[in-house]
Design a protein around this ligand. Structure first.
Ligand code: G6Q
Length: 546
């Protein structure tokens, strides 16, 4: 048994699970009318309702004890203090410094990183203002109307999700596009409708060596030079964001258009850095700084609120409760806000790349489950597609519901209908429908006995399905910053309890290595190496049919 599963807090939770497991939330709500007050928290304009979870006060106490035992608060301070908590890469994880709005210094290896952070923010402001107000023109003197971010993973998903989420605040006549997939279709379909004279490319890559990004960047460069008939055009139409300034200059990017960040910023935590440049261009630097402000507000809460009143801590612990004691394998996220439609995809990387680990910080195999599968789609679409499985399937999928109180596009009754659906879903998942209730309905509908008995089992909803609800006033940059930082910290809390490193991602390496070996084989440059029979067969099939 691992230290964690042997520990007193874990053992106490195991014993407590057998008490909670048979209880139904419907009954718990009937027994305690104050559940909502007891199990909800407010932070600025954010409401976190976690009362529809399979918990009572004792559960929360024991989960908080688990966090205490894991010394979550100490680890949080280590992260904020710039300690090299990413042990396998010997790096700090200091995305919090990028959104530090205080005057407090943050040190990495004895150097205060805040002057550099502020300097790059200043450069981003100058550049984005220049593009937006038409000072920085294209090679032929025309104003930039389209920005194409070329990046993948952490250098794509964050800025893409935020640009989509903040579309309401975007400048008119400025469009943001994102090309990530090495499938040529992604680039070609994006460029189809663009005019080279008014297009700016941002090559976003921490390492500036990523195969997909460099391939797309090379093809975009060739497209631009061909369309404008001049190599010089690259100076005006290409910017880069990277930690590898040697490589950006080798690619021929004008040093004035290069924005730096640092190895203590992890890819999937980098939207707060210059990787957020497309956001600054799209919605303006003031809005980008409001986003940082929201992240900072959540950081302050995370650092200072007691564990049992701390939203990221409680969210993280609830996830552990379901993953490790109820055996839940998936966690769904349903934003009832069309602008947040890419939020689940963004969280997928954040959570699954961070906590999809099977050995602990010391390299020892874990004997408990870690990160869950994260997925989701915006409401109400999911209701007409896969919610069936949530309501009546055999699995328990704890879900987060996110919704704004006010719509940015209030028309007719749309928003009330949207929210009615959101609240109804969490209610339905929790209360379910008993056999008696279903029977009474069928009787009212006039069903005859035989038909009624045949249909009855299909009409029963077990309920008791856990959900969190996050309500916020309106989707603005500050709120979005809070939400993103909330999930980042939730993931961190879980990693601390699970004793895993959430900041590395060695799992992406093997596929990359093997692709490097297979590519020359597809080119036909080297004979097919000795793979397994399936891979050999696929390569041979490609050659025979290509
Ligand atoms: C994120 C990962 C990964 C990374 C991409 C792109 O945490 O490290 O998704 O962001 O592989 O890497 P580059 O920015 O170096 O191109």
């Amino acid at each position: 048994m691992s230290k964690l599963t042997r520990s007193a807090a874990w053992q106490a939770l195991s014993a407590h699970y057998s008490i909670i497991q048979p209880l139904h939330m419907r009954q718990m709500f009937q027994d305690n009318p104050k559940r909502f007050d007891e199990f909800s928290l407010r932070l600025d304009t954010l409401l976190f309702d976690y009362s529809k979870n399979r918990i009572n006060a004792e559960t929360v106490r024991l989960l908080v004890e688990l966090a205490r035992q894991a010394e979550v608060s100490k680890h949080v301070e280590h992260m904020f203090a710039g300690e090299k908590i990413n042990v396998t890469e010997q790096r700090a994880a200091l995305h919090t410094a990028l959104r530090n709005r205080s005057d407090n210094p943050v040190y990495v290896d004895g150097k205060n990183v805040m002057p550099d952070v502020r300097r790059v923010l200043g450069l981003m402001r100058r550049f984005s203002d220049g593009i937006r107000n038409g000072q920085h023109l294209g090679h032929t003197g025309k104003q930039i109307t389209d920005i194409v971010n070329i990046g993948i993973g952490g250098s794509d998903l964050g800025p893409l999700m935020v640009c989509e989420a903040l579309k309401h605040y975007a400048k008119a006549n400025l469009r943001a596009h994102f090309v990530s997939n090495v499938d040529g279709t992604h680039l070609v379909e994006t460029l189809k409708n663009l005019d080279a004279e008014t297009t700016l490319f941002i090559v976003s890559s921490k390492t500036f060596t990523t195969q997909e990004t460099m391939t797309n960047a090379g093809s975009a460069r060739a497209w631009l030079v061909e369309k404008l008939g001049n190599e010089q055009a690259v100076t005006k139409h290409f910017a880069a964001v990277s930690t590898n300034l040697t490589a950006t200059s080798k690619f021929g990017i004008n040093p004035q258009n290069v924005f730096e960040f640092w190895d203590w910023v992890g890819g999937r935590y980098s939207l707060w850095s210059a990787i957020g440049l497309p956001i600054a261009l799209y919605v303006g630097m003031d809005r980008f700084e409001e986003l940082l402000g929201g992240g900072y507000a959540m950081d302050e809460h995370f650092r200072n609120a007691p564990l049992d009143k701390n939203i990221p801590v409680l969210m993280g612990l609830l996830g552990i409760w379901y993953a490790d004691f109820f055996g839940a394998g998936a966690n769904a996220v349903f934003p009832y806000d069309q602008y947040l439609r890419r939020f689940p995809a963004y969280l997928q990387q954040l959570e699954m790349e961070s906590n999809g680990k099977r050995v602990d910080r010391d390299g020892i195999g874990v004997d408990y489950d870690t990160g869950m599968v994260v997925w989701g789609e915006p409401g109400t679409n999911g209701q007409h597609a896969f919610y069936q499985l949530l309501h009546q399937g055999t699995r328990m999928i704890p879900s987060d519901f996110l919704a704004p109180l006010h719509s940015l596009n209030p028309i007719g009754e749309h928003h009330a209908i949207l929210l009615a659906n959101c609240f109804a879903q969490t209610e339905a998942l929790m209360v379910g429908k008993t056999a008696e209730e279903a029977r009474a309905e069928l009787v009212t509908q006039g069903l005859q006995r035989k038909a009624l008995e045949a249909l009855l089992p299909h009409k029963i909803f077990p309920g008791n399905k856990p959900t969190n609800t996050l309500l916020f006033d309106q989707l603005d940059p500050h709120t979005l910053g809070m939400l993103i930082a909330l999930y980042e910290h939730k993931v961190f809390v879980q990693s601390v309890v699970w004793n895993i490193n959430p900041f590395d991602q060695w799992g992406v390496e093997l596929g990359k290595q093997l692709a490097g070996k297979i590519l020359p084989e597809l080119r036909g440059a080297v004979p097919t190496a000795d793979h397994d029979a399936s891979t050999n067969g696929l390569i041979a099939y490609y050659h025979n049919h290509h």
